[in-house]
Design a protein around this ligand. Structure first.
Ligand SMILES: Cc1cc2nc3c(=O)[nH]c(=O)nc-3n(C[C@H](O)[C@H](O)[C@H](O)COP(=O)(O)OP(=O)(O)OC[C@H]3O[C@@H](n4cnc5c(N)ncnc54)[C@H](O)[C@@H]3O)c2cc1C
Length: 98
């Protein structure tokens, strides 16, 4: 889409049908995370890498908002989500990153 917006002629090559993969069957939640807390990768990514991941998550949300507006995508977009701690350790982790 980014390339097409810049005037490139873009062709999508898909083994099945467009949207067949994870993109066409995900939960549709825009949380901006990577499925784990990035802190888990602290050793290899160091602080800068972790901050970059958080920043990318924020940018991803902005890109979706912009595309929904630009292309008038009727997708019942709603903002806001809730993180829930089921265990004391998870609650403590939330407190650390809050
Ligand atoms: C059950 C589920 C729920 C999820 N829920 C969420 C969610 O709520 N929020 C969220 O942000 N993320 C969610 N995700 C993750 C998210 O959907 C994926 O990270 C994202 O869709 C990946 O996009 P992609 O374009 O990299 O891959 P895909 O959307 O999987 O696209 C890859 C495509 O490449 C095609 N392909 C593969 N090999 C070839 C080949 N050799 N030639 C041609 N085509 C090929 C496949 O057929 C596929 O259609 C979820 C994922 C799953 C599986």
């Amino acid at each position: 889409l980014k390339l097409a917006e810049r005037g490139y002629e873009v062709v999508l090559i898909e083994a099945n049908r467009i949207g067949w993969g994870a993109s066409g069957r995900n939960g549709g939640q825009i949380i901006g995370g990577i499925g784990h807390t990035p802190e888990r990768f602290k050793k290899s990514l160091v602080r800068q890498g972790i901050n970059t991941i958080y920043q990318m998550g924020i940018e991803a949300r902005d890109i979706i908002k912009e595309r929904v507006e630009t292309y008038g995508i009727d997708c019942d977009l709603k903002w806001g989500y809730c993180d829930v701690a089921f265990k004391a350790a998870a609650y403590e982790r939330f407190c650390r990153v809050a």
